[in-house]
Design a binder for this molecule. Structure first.
Ligand code: LMR
Length: 411
């Protein structure tokens, strides 16, 4: 085998980050991976995370024992409330089974494996297709393919208007075979930064219900889009209120700034049923998810989950976390405004209103692959689809970025 293994292509996001690190220029700007930076270009350890890690639970005496296969129970319970809300019927009725995972990617992987093994909507042996937005996060197709699920796309982005192709999206969701799996971004769509509005989410949920599609939500940026955990969960809570069976891959990497700790959760939500039926269904599903988790990772990592659990379960810390989220999303929104103002002031050809209309960690600039490569020659690192991580911009490097962008657009 060693002579026949072909070389795999580089990851389109992490390879850019590596190239940035290898560049010794003082001018260099990293706009690749979605990781928050403060106005001084520094990694920002959330003040609330500092507080949580300073408590005794995190001292040198912290015990490094295994967690159960499903993870840390009090973290999982709190994570459910973060995405579904404190007064959620789903939680009240116990229509949810959740496992702690290796961040959002682990949750997507676990969910994909589970669906690949057990989701047989037409009673045959055919595995259903997973429909994902075009474009989507570059890791999505490979995660689902790895689990053996065929993938297809639905229209999402209208390149000429740089906005949501809502009609195209609805048409494609309606045309997908009944009971298809539909991957949706809960908020702050990656890479476009364009989300459906609340009314559009209702229309999407209605079509999904009519077609009996299965919603698979990726929720990696709750709190990052608007600064409010509740507002960023409207799609999740709306779908849950429709009583649809669905699942959620939830990440705390971005909203707690603990990327490398890999803290996430997978939630499977069942439709309303009698108490006994619900208990029986949730137990069966939970047992299979637990068996898959054991085979994949045995049990999830503990430290980060303890930190997040402390924040979610301590009212003072929770409030402080919400404040930290407002700081991060506020700075990103400010950068969007400044970027647009500066491009418009320079008279850079094109229209730039999409930069302030988009939300969340990313802006989909509209720069072409060639233009992105030219930006790289000027030490500006962004993936070749034209996405920039807004958090990589600050008041120090913004002028250089704008000038460079102006240059490549005019060339
Ligand atoms: C991103 O899209 O930049 C992040 O989700 C980081 C990653 O894992 O790709």
């Amino acid at each position: 085998t060693s002579t026949t293994v072909p070389e795999a292509p580089e990851d389109p996001l992490f390879s850019v980050m590596v190239a940035f690190r290898n560049d010794s220029s003082e001018k260099k700007i990293d706009l690749s991976i979605g990781a928050y930076r403060d106005n001084q270009e520094k990694v920002w350890i959330l003040p609330v995370v500092k507080k949580a890690t300073a408590t005794t639970a995190m001292s040198p005496d912290y015990n490094h024992e295994y967690l159960p296969i499903i993870g840390l129970a009090r973290f999982i319970k709190a994570a459910q409330r973060v995405c579904l809300g404190n007064s959620s019927d789903v939680i009240k009725d116990n229509r949810i089974t959740s496992l702690q995972t290796i961040s959002g990617t682990g949750a997507l992987h676990l969910g994909a494996l589970f669906l690949s093994k057990f989701y047989r909507p037409d009673g045959s042996n055919n595995t259903p297709t997973v429909y994902m937005s075009s474009p989507t996060w570059s890791n999505h197709p490979q995660i689902f393919k790895l689990a053996g699920l065929p993938t297809a796309t639905y229209r999402y982005f209208n390149a000429s208007t740089r906005s949501l192709d809502f009609d195209g999206m609805l048409t494609d969701l309606a045309a997908a075979p009944p009971k298809s799996i539909i991957l949706l971004h809960a908020c702050a769509h990656n890479p476009t930064g364009i989300d459906p509005n609340p009314r559009q989410w209702e229309q999407i949920a209605t079509i999904m219900a009519e077609r009996h599609h299965f919603a698979f939500f990726d929720s990696a940026y709750q709190g990052f889009a608007s600064g409010s955990l509740d507002r960023d969960a409207i799609a999740l809570r709306l779908f849950a209120s429709y009583g649809l069976e669905m699942c959620i891959a939830q990440s705390f990497a971005k909203n707690c700034g603990i990327y490398g700790q890999r803290v996430g959760c997978f939630h499977f939500i069942t439709s309303p049923a009698t108490e006994a039926d619900t208990l029986e269904t949730v137990t069966r599903i939970g047992s299979q998810l637990t068996a898959l988790q054991r085979a994949c990772i045995s049990n999830p990592p503990a430290y980060g989950a303890h930190v997040v659990s402390l924040i979610l379960n301590t009212p003072d810390l929770f409030e402080e976390w919400e404040e930290d989220l407002r700081v991060m999303s506020g700075r990103i929104m400010h950068m969007r405004q400044q970027l647009r103002i500066k491009l418009e002031a320079l008279g850079t050809p094109g229209s730039w209103h999409h930069i302030t209309e988009q939300i969340g960690m990313f802006s989909y600039t509209g720069l072409t692959t060639d233009q992105c490569l030219q930006m790289r020659e000027m030490h500006i690192y962004m993936p070749l689809n034209g996405r920039i991580s807004m958090a990589g911009l600050n008041l120090k490097n913004l002028d250089y970025f704008v000038k460079s962008m102006d240059r490549v657009v005019r060339e």
